[in-house]
Design a protein around this ligand. Structure first.
Ligand code: ATP
Ligand code: MG
Length: 264
């Protein structure tokens, strides 16, 4: 696919992620069940739903880390999981992984080297992503001595190396204080606005929903609804996205469990 920067001004970019009838089995369970959705390029899309609904599984499928994926899943115009997509996608897992015995800068320099950046370019790039996540002052601290929130920002910085077109962030703000959460959301929007980055961000905190351009609401391996926060509120007559979500759950229950029998 042609990315946003290379594309003609008048041509709207294709979706960054396109799923049709997306299924995933894990163990003997059907964890994702026939999802259809598109993630628009250059926007911040929130993936919301309760614990266990399949957010991480969906993200793993998008970045190509999940096996037993069925249906259609296209990422940046290619089938998900293709090797050539790897440098174009940044992924931060739910449990951030950094090397505790290396400093913050050494961690990032190592990941930049894996990306194939030359030594000179690495220094600039590492400096840039450290500033992005506001960790410049901690660059020489051992990663093992950082707080949990600081460590998760090192993982985020690693995902920003090389300016990926698509950033997939699994609950990046969990456990962070409100000030830091706000500054990270500002960073996410800056990346979308200034670099044309597409961000897919999961959360189970509904009050983060309003910080997203668009939302995918999930429940129990299925997509309940998608749209802008305003659209979802309007569609359900609710005042908050949380209430909209609960209304959609109720409507879904009525549709799928008309007899009141528990669903398998
Ligand atoms: N390796 C596995 N084998 C079988 N089932 C699994 C496996 N990993 C996850 N699951 C199941 O898949 C479902 C979706 O899990 P997933 O981690 O995608 O949910 P989630 O929405 O990310 O939850 P959370 O908000 O707690 O992170 C859960 O019911 C979980 O029990
Ligand atoms: Mg998860």
């Amino acid at each position: 696919m042609i990315n946003k920067i290379e594309q003609g001004r008048d041509e709207p970019p294709g979706p960054a992620v396109l799923a049709a009838g997306l299924n995933v089995r894990r163990g003997d369970r059907q964890v994702l069940r026939g999802l259809d959705f598109a993630v628009r390029a250059g926007e911040v899309t929130g993936l919301l739903g309760p614990s266990g609904c399949g957010k991480t599984t969906l993200m793993r499928a998008v970045v190509g880390a999940q096996d037993r994926v069925g249906g259609t899943l296209e990422v940046l115009g290619r089938p998900a999981g293709r090797a050539e997509l790897r440098p174009r996608i940044g992924y931060v897992t739910q449990a951030p992984s950094v090397y505790p015995d290396l400093t913050v800068r050494q961690n990032l320099d190592y990941f930049a080297a894996i990306l194939g950046l030359a030594r000179g370019a690495r220094r600039d790039e590492v400096g840039r992503v450290l500033a992005d996540v506001d960790l410049t002052g901690h660059s020489d601290a051992l990663a093992g001595n950082l707080s949990g929130g600081q460590r998760s920002r090192v993982s985020l910085a690693a995902a920003l190396l090389g300016t990926p077109e698509l950033l997939v962030l699994d609950e990046p703000t969990v456990g962070l204080d409100p000030v830091l959460r706000r500054s990270l959301w500002a960073l996410f929007h800056r990346l979308a606005a200034e670099r044309g980055t597409t961000l897919l961000i999961s959360s189970h905190v509904m009050d983060e929903a309003d910080r997203c351009d668009r939302l995918l609401l999930m429940r129990d391996g299925r997509l309940l609804a998608d749209g802008t926060p305003d659209e979802l509120r309007r569609r359900t007559g609710a005042d908050s996205v949380e209430d909209a979500f609960l209304a959609l759950v109720e409507a879904d229950r009525d549709r799928t469990e008309p007899t009141g029998e528990p669903r398998r």
